[in-house]
Design a binder for this molecule. Structure first.
Ligand SMILES: Nc1ncnc2c1ncn2[C@@H]1O[C@H](COP(=O)(O)OP(=O)(O)OP(=O)(O)O)[C@@H](O)[C@H]1O
Length: 330
């Protein structure tokens, strides 16, 4: 359904000024270094999947989303959506794809400030050619799902930033695109609103069969929502189901975090050469011990802990965040 084939984007280097002589000479003279954003990126997204694009700042996530919307032209390679080139054949897909740029609210002045939420949504539904009655049904559904029903008659201007973001996120329920691109959709949201949005995204995938590409810096979000993820930094680094990537990572490296509650004092020296890092906090008669260890040292640590009066021990398993930080560091 979506296929990225050797997708590559180099942005032109910045031009300081063409009015001072030195900059003009530089511009005409030496070859200037282009800015790489994507390099030979290959992957496929299946129909109905939630696919995560994960990368550090500057990895190329937004560039990818812009190519999907024909806002940026790739230097080479192609991005196919439903078999059509996203840039050269954009006309064929433009009614089928919708993008939310979460980090850049109201990017295209989509919403009218001094107009109610409902009127704004109705206007956009009309733009997308959705019949009136159907639009009303979809708007009711979206406002209910996103817990915005009491904001229906409120001016868009009067909403908090998080509420505006939710109004933005109501649009996929109204437009019902085949492909939805969510570029950091929960970036400014509090934990409760974020969960509401997660549910909405899952519902889009489950009940509407929408194919979703999601970019996020919240790796818990990626782990919760995505069927598969691509970890990249301009170039591909890894691809797979979050669970599989975590299992692979655990088998390969497995840096564990043990949280131990001990009655009495603990000697840090006991863990020297075994733990990568030891943190100790004392509170009343209890010691809270945080140990970062390699999988292979678990037995040894347990042997040492047997000498203490251990009240509680928690073994924190690896997460997608561990995989991500490890892979990006390499
Ligand atoms: N219009 C532009 N002109 C020049 N360089 C650009 C332009 N847009 C992006 N870049 C560069 O391309 C690279 C990728 O940027 P992009 O915004 O796609 O990354 P990102 O993964 O979305 O980052 P973030 O997580 O910080 O939003 C960066 O080095 C960035 O500076």
């Amino acid at each position: 359904m979506i296929e990225s084939v050797n997708l590559t984007k180099f942005y032109p280097p910045p031009i300081k000024s063409l009015f001072d002589l030195k900059s003009l000479r530089d511009f005409l003279g030496k070859p200037r270094e282009k800015i790489p954003a994507l390099i030979d990126l290959n992957f496929k997204v299946r129909e109905g999947e939630i696919f995560g694009l994960l990368g550090p700042n500057g990895a190329g996530k937004t560039t990818f989303c812009k190519i999907a919307n024909a806002l940026v032209i790739p230097t080479r390679g192609n991005l196919y959506i439903n078999g059509y080139d996203s840039v050269k054949e954009h006309d064929k897909i433009k009614g089928k794809i919708f993008t939310i740029f979460g980090g850049e609210r109201n990017l295209f002045g989509l919403f009218q400030w001094r107009v109610s939420v409902e009127k704004n949504l109705k206007f956009i539904a009309e733009l997308w050619g959705i019949p009136k009655g159907e639009a009303e049904k979809r708007i009711n559904y979206a406002l209910e799902l996103l817990n915005l029903r009491d904001k229906r008659d409120e001016w868009y201007q009067k909403l908090s930033a998080g509420m505006r973001q939710k109004v933005y996120l109501a649009l996929p329920f109204i437009i019902q695109p085949e492909v939805l691109i969510l570029d950091e959709p929960t970036v400014y949201l509090d934990v409760f609103t974020r969960r509401e949005v997660w549910n909405a995204i899952l519902e889009l995938s489950r009940d509407f069969g929408t194919t979703i590409i999601l970019t996020t810096h919240n790796l818990k979000e990626a782990e919760t929502l995505c069927d598969r993820v691509l970890i990249f930094n301009k170039k591909k680094i890894a691809e797979g189901k979050p669970k599989e990537l975590i299992e692979k990572f655990q088998a390969l490296k497995a840096r564990r975090r043990l949280l131990v509650k001990v009655r009495g004092k603990v000697k840090t020296d006991d863990f020297e050469g075994i733990a990568e890092k030891v943190n100790i906090y004392n509170q009343n008669s209890l010691t809270y011990l945080e140990l970062y260890i390699q999988e292979e040292h678990i037995r040894e640590v347990l042997r040492i802990l047997a000498n203490y009066n251990v009240v509680d021990l928690q073994n924190e398993a690896a997460s997608l965040e561990d995989v991500f930080t490890q892979l990006i560091k390499c």
